[in-house]
Design a protein around this ligand. Structure first.
Ligand code: NDP
Length: 448
């Protein structure tokens, strides 16, 4: 008989926590998980999944417009935001239920309350109940950062954006990263006037320059406005509810909604880590080794709270590796190389491997191939929007070390191509593959 209530206590039922819980339980461990909000975590409840549904919903604006060029008699159409919002939230409820079912089916005990670490092998629940566990896994994720200045409380974050009562006519988005560009696209398609305000002079730092420049150019053509090198100074709220955003440079902006998308910080605060001496870095990320172990032998961490790569599939892999290693007698580590990622902007962009400048720095001599084309559907629709695919190769080995693209369905195409990049295939291997015609993806094997 174990001296502990559970073999594993997981704090946080998001992507990493749920995977670790169910796999550990499958290996025979007695597992409990605590979740203070809703099972599923950021990705399912207030992130990737509902966001992608809004992206689909928003894209109908272009599809309905373009359909006329394809002969369809489309009457004037208007968006019913409340209908879309409620459909999306209903789907989130369904997924939330499925995640809970997965835990239940695997005999994981769920505590629907906050848990705090109160000892190396003890957590205390919000109800006051103390629970002991041989091991504790922290999988609390990350939390949107909110800036500090006068009137900052008038803005919202991605946590709240899925629940808006009405569509704002004018939106200001702080930040130039993933969330900013994705929601700029969504609101712009819905008909809102959108301004992205960033502290620096670039968007989507870390993505290939040429690809993000193309997104910037297309976004501006679609009517999204950008204010660069413009730090927020103050937000005033008028009696009518409208907001005036004062920036460090240029005129103030009047709007109805301010959305902060300035990054997410690891949610390692207020969960008692300091009481047992778990080390965190300068931004609060829990320090772990490649086996997901913290400096406290019985405490582990996976996912965004460790700030390795803030992406759902990475958290899932870390949760799986942790459970297999500790409870399944199958040591696993996560391979962080060649992780594909995408921005679900309008149009979307996606990439894997090194960008052109990263490859130049790392390899010295490289070859760059591009295909800059107007997708057939855009030609017929009279939409002057070009796709851009870019392949970066090591000049000495011909190996493809990076692939980056912007255009319709880029994330769908890139996921398949990422297998080839991960497998270390060469430009010649791509060229040896017969084109699938007519498609956009055939550009991958026709690059000059
Ligand atoms: P990002 O890290 O993508 O971008 C943050 C942006 O905010 C940058 O433009 C940055 O400017 C700016 N910024 C950073 N700190 C401050 C500050 N203190 N004050 C003002 N501006 C600041 O963050 P997001 O919030 O968009 O997304 C968070 C994370 O969530 C992403 O990094 C990603 O890992 C994940 N995510 C992934 C998605 C996907 O896979 N499609 C979708 C949404 C989120 P600069 O770079 O110019 O310094």
């Amino acid at each position: 008989m174990s001296a502990f209530d559970f073999d594993l206590f997981v704090i946080g039922a998001g992507s990493g926590g749920v995977r670790a819980s169910r796999v550990a339980a499958g290996h025979g461990a007695r597992v409990a998980v605590a979740e203070e909000y809703r099972v599923g975590g950021t990705c399912v409840i207030r992130g990737c999944v509902p966001k992608k549904m809004l992206v689909y919903g928003a894209h109908f604006a272009e599809d309905l417009h373009d359909a006329r060029r394809f002969g369809w008699d489309v009457p004037h159409c208007a968006l019913d935001w409340a209908a879309l919002r409620d459909t999306v939230l209903a789907e989130v409820d369904r997924l939330n239920g499925l995640y809970q079912q997965t835990l239940d089916n695997n005999k994981v005990t769920t505590f629907h309350e906050r848990a705090t670490v109160t000892g190396p092998q003890e957590v205390t629940l919000a109800s006051g109940r103390k629970v002991s566990a041989e091991r504790i896994l922290v999988a609390t994720g990350a939390w949107p950062m909110v800036p500090e200045f006068e009137g900052a409380e008038h803005g919202i974050t991605s946590n709240e954006v899925f629940h808006l009562d009405a569509l704002p006519k004018r939106v200001v988005i702080a930040g130039g990263g993933y969330i900013a560009n994705e929601f700029a696209g969504i609101f712009n398609e819905f008909g809102s006037t959108v301004t992205i305000v960033n502290r620096s002079d670039q968007i989507l730092r870390g993505y290939d320059e040429q690809i993000r420049d193309r997104l910037l150019q297309i976004s501006m053509t679609k009517g999204i406005q950008f204010r660069f090198n413009a730090p927020f100074q103050r937000i005033d709220k008028t009696e009518s509810g409208a907001l005036t955003v004062h920036l460090g440079s240029g005129d103030p902006i009047e709007c109805d909604l301010v959305l902060y998308a300035i990054g997410r910080k690891p949610k390692s605060f207020d969960i008692g880590l300091e009481t047992v001496g778990v080390e965190v870095d300068a931004i609060g990320a829990i320090k772990v080794d490649e086996q997901n172990r913290t400096n406290v032998a019985s405490v582990y961490a996976v996912g965004d709270v460790t700030n390795r790569v803030q992406l759902t599939p990475v958290a899932i892999r870390e949760g799986q590796a942790f459970a297999d290693t500790v409870f399944g007698n199958t040591p696993r580590t996560v391979d962080y190389s060649c992780i594909p990622s995408a921005v679900f902007s309008h149009p979307p962009m996606a990439g894997v491997g090194l960008t052109e400048s990263q490859a130049r720095n790392a390899l010295g001599t490289i070859k760059v191939y591009t295909s800059d084309f107007r997708p057939m559907k855009n030609v017929l629709a009279g939409r002057n929007e070009r796709g851009l695919y870019k392949m970066i190769c090591d000049a000495t080995t011909d190996k493809v070390v990076g692939l980056h693209m912007i255009g319709p369905d880029a994330p769908e195409i890139l996921q398949a191509a990422a297998i080839a990049v991960k497998a270390g295939l060469t430009k010649q291997d791509f060229d040896d593959t017969v084109a699938l015609h007519p498609s956009m993806a055939e550009e991958l094997v026709l690059m000059k």
